[in-house]
Design a protein around this ligand. Structure first.
Ligand SMILES: [Zn+2]
Length: 315
């Protein structure tokens, strides 16, 4: 009898609570992506790592909190790119007391990259050929660039170390001059999960504001923690072996891009090395993006190549 009861218990026992809840970011081919969102439980409520770009993504985060009947106590932004931070605004409107943790890199970006992209946005909005979906996305971008207080952190991550966020201890890492001027990634030693934002992107490293060598260094720091699962900024969770594969692909791509090797050969090298992470319908997109990053970040003038390896001007 006792054995039967035990067997029943084994079948009926709930699965071990998942260490995190993933809301995958979409990577559409006709508009900008949403970064992955990862929700963690903490004593004071939920911690939301990255908040996406589109309103549908932000709504999915709010809906999840509602079904869990727990408030969103904290947001952590991996970096300032708008596909990871725009939803801060939606979350702030729903949870006025939410604490937003991020590096201070948004300030330099507002004075430079985002200011320039604001001017491009005006031109695109003035063009009647810009499709409605893209128009909505541009307008949502303007709404946070013109009112940065909507997405700005109130808790600045200035160094790596153990932090208690919403009552939960986490190892918070700051990688300087990597995908942006300040990338935040976290490691949860209890569940051996690393959540790394765009320091890892399955498809192609989004190098728009990258310091390629600093980024490579950050990948070494990620490799040094004993994670079992790694969640990238875009794409599916990875094992340690997946990450080692991706890291090798990244370093090969930068080395090839910096060399005199033909651009097409470097792009094909990326497609081969990172094949596991690239869905067939994204291959063409990846060809274009990889070539663009070689031209703009790896093979441009020496000053341009180093542009994001030092603080962006704030005046
Ligand atoms: Zn991203």
């Amino acid at each position: 009898m006792r054995l039967i009861v035990l067997a029943l218990l084994a079948v009926g026992a709930p699965a071990a609570a998942e260490p995190y809840h993933l809301i995958p970011g979409a990577v559409p081919l006709d508009s900008g992506p949403d970064g992955n969102t990862i929700v963690l439980d903490a004593p004071q409520g939920l911690i939301v790592f990255d908040t996406g770009r589109h309103p549908e993504h932000a709504q999915a985060i709010l809906d999840y909190a509602k079904t869990r009947r727990r408030p969103i106590a904290a947001v952590i932004n991996s970096h300032w790119h708008l596909d990871h931070t725009t939803g801060n605004w939606d979350i702030r409107r729903a949870y006025a007391r939410v604490q937003i943790y991020a590096s201070n890199a948004l300030e330099g970006a507002l004075a430079t990259f985002l200011k320039d992209s604001r001017a491009d946005t005006d031109k695109m909005l003035a063009d009647p050929k810009t499709p409605p979906a893209v128009r909505d996305q541009l307008e949502r971008g303007i709404a946070v660039i013109d009112h940065p207080e909507r997405i700005r952190p109130n808790r600045i991550v200035a160094r790596s170390g153990r932090m208690t966020i919403a009552g939960r201890p986490l190892d918070v890492h700051l990688a300087k001059f990597a995908a942006t001027e300040g990338d935040v990634w976290i490691y949860d030693p209890k569940t051996r999960t690393a959540i790394v934002g765009d320091l890892v992107v399955g498809l192609v490293p989004f190098m728009d504001t990258a310091c390629p060598e600093g980024w490579s260094k950050a990948l070494g720091q990620i490799a040094a923690v004993s994670f079992k699962t790694l969640i990238p900024g875009h794409g599916a969770p990875m094992t340690r072996a997946d990450f080692a594969n991706w890291r090798m692909a990244y370093d090969n791509f930068v080395k090839c891009g910096r060399s005199k090797t033909d651009e097409k050969t470097c792009v094909a090298g990326w497609q081969r090395d990172a094949a596991k992470f690239i869905a067939p319908d994204h291959r063409k997109y990846v060809d274009g993006a990889a070539a663009y990053y070689i031209e703009t970040r790896l093979r441009s003038s020496p000053e341009e190549q180093q542009r994001y390896c030092k603080p962006l001007k704030t005046s």
